[in-house]
Design a protein around this ligand. Sequence first.
Ligand code: SF4
Length: 162
Amino acid sequence: MKSMKSPRSSRLPDPAAILRREALEEVRAIYRELENRPVERNCLRRTECCQFKLTGRTPQLTKGEALLAARAVRAAGRKEMPERTDGACPLLRENGACLIYQDRPFGCRTHFCAAAGGPYARSEVVDLIRRLEAIDTRLSGDGPRALPVAVRDELRLMERGG
Ligand code: SF4
């Protein structure tokens, strides 16, 4: 039997796609707001904070951040999370550059190494953290998750058309 889908119904907006698009816009707005905060730091891209095994710290991503990071990975021409076996961030390239620097997660923007001025105090950015958590809730996320797993899972969802 032929499909009964009308041309009109195929043009209806997809609520899930709208929700994701709005979430991405808000995450980007939060990152811009963070950049405009008068907190002095001087990141020289030494990538010290990208060495998770050495620092013992892994950025935790809310779902909106993971979604934006996964989109950036796709835009960089990759469908899967790169493999890394040395305990560094999988998005750290061999040449020392971040694969998704413009869309790097909140933790990468606030947890500076000592040479760059040290991490932001939570009180300096807690309002932005709350907004990221609210986006996570709207997207039915499970709260912050470790970067490698959070981005990998978003990439897999995108691969399945999610
Ligand atoms: S996402 Fe980029 S900036 Fe953040 S830890 Fe990974 S390589 Fe470093």
